[in-house]
Design a protein around this ligand. Sequence first.
Ligand code: AMP
Length: 299
Amino acid sequence: MGAGVTSLVRTFGDARHRYHGSIGLVPTMGFLHEGHLSLIERARRECDTVVVTVFVNPLQFDRDDDLAAYPRDLERDVGLAGPAGADLVVAPSAEEMYPIAPLTRVTVDRITEPMEGRHRPGHFAGVTTVVAKLFAGLRPDRAYFGRKDAQQLVAVTRMAADLSFPLEVVGCSVVREEDGLALSSRNVRIPPGVRTAATGLSRGLAEAAGAVEAGERSAAVLRRLVAGAAGGLDLDYVELAAAEDAAPLDTLDRPAFLAVAATAGPVRLIDNVWFGLSDGVPVADVGTRLPAPSILYRR
Ligand code: AMP
């Protein structure tokens, strides 16, 4: 648990004035759920001061309707982040974050080109630019990111190394709802009629993980398993990608993630299963499931 009192601050300088010891940063866009809380809890275990940022970053949205509909409730977020272990919630306004329209962008080549990069033009430049600002302004020792956004995790890890940010990027497992759907703040906008179809993504990924355990290594076979389970959704892509640089793979012969993106009604969903290697054998991390309905739906 945290020190007990969570402070809400608006600027990087105010946050830094409250620091002691090592600093763990958990960047979010708010409307927190158990996936975010798992990052905060991990940061609490590993750092002296835990900083959670809540900022719905306009630069990373490729659709105005998605930005407008993104759920926001800062009071709720502060109330959830504190008990999970946050000392500070930093919620800058767009004016504080971008006092003048930025002329500088941080872009990561190659890693950001396939998958999400192809389907969401400009998205990753928005992410890596804001994350670089958070790193520069808040100067954490460790920064915690979810494997839920696997390609983002790979891009941010590389950005931090390329720009010599003196910090460690820590990747954390996916947290899932009771029915397997990967937690996302956007899940509150999934219409009931497509909810069952949406669970096809995690079911397909779990089947693929099972196939890998049974010896399957062909990307084509794994992709077909996921695509087959995602019937009823509008599929953007299924791809096996290298963990190091997100390059598409034909064979699972190195650390990798099997990623899928699809649209369920008005909501775009992404999910993946991560494969590490232990003695040359792939080991799947499908994440964990909540035992009860998510706090996303609590009234
Ligand atoms: P977001 O608020 O969606 O930008 O997410 C903030 C951070 O939480 C990112 O590092 C995400 O990868 C991570 N995150 C989001 N959903 C999950 C989840 N279901 N499990 C684990 N981490 C997550």
